[in-house]
Write a protein that binds this ligand. Structure first.
Ligand SMILES: [Zn+2]
Ligand SMILES: [Zn+2]
Length: 160
């Protein structure tokens, strides 16, 4: 028995997340295929955002087969579209939404030490940014707020 055999199992998706995923797909009139669900479960199992290539490697390891990168990109596009997954622009990585019950804009606190991403949904910040754009006659299409720094845990490890 080797360690890698134990790790090479596809992650299980918790009942709560499965229900949320089914609801989002139903609302979007889209089908939640096993492959889409597999990619979503893999993202949920990760402690930090992963790049598409990291996700491909994880899926290949847990499913013990080659997976075409394009397929995984399609799954990611789908998961983003239905609101289950978000994409971080600054690191070109993906993370599951904390609260996919409703569509929303998000802001992120990204730890540069451990790689953790904290999703924040601040309505006041969102409307402030829209107001600023409006005042300048600018039509905002895609607002990205990603704050880099140290998370609570890493910050306290840092200070001695
Ligand atoms: Zn979200
Ligand atoms: Zn950290």
């Amino acid at each position: 028995m080797t360690k890698s055999t134990a790790e090479a199992k596809p992650p299980k998706l918790g009942a709560k997340w499965r229900r949320l995923a089914e609801r989002r797909c139903a609302a979007a009139n889209a089908r939640l295929t096993p492959a889409r669900l597999g990619a979503y479960a893999e993202l949920l199992a990760s402690k930090r955002p992963v790049t598409a290539y990291e996700l491909i490697a994880r899926l290949e390891e847990s499913q013990q087969r080659k997976i075409a990168p394009l397929t995984v990109y399609r799954h990611l596009d789908f998961l983003i579209q239905v609101g289950l997954v978000h994409r971080l622009e600054s690191t070109q990585s993906y993370l599951p939404c904390d609260h996919p019950e409703h569509t929303h804009e998000s802001q992120y606190l990204l730890c540069s030490s451990c790689g953790a991403a904290d999703e924040v949904e601040s309505k006041p910040l969102e409307s402030l940014l829209n107001t600023i754009a409006d005042q300048r006659g600018f039509r905002a299409e895609n607002t990205v707020v990603e704050i880099k720094g140290l998370c609570k845990t890493c910050k306290s490890d840092d200070s001695d």
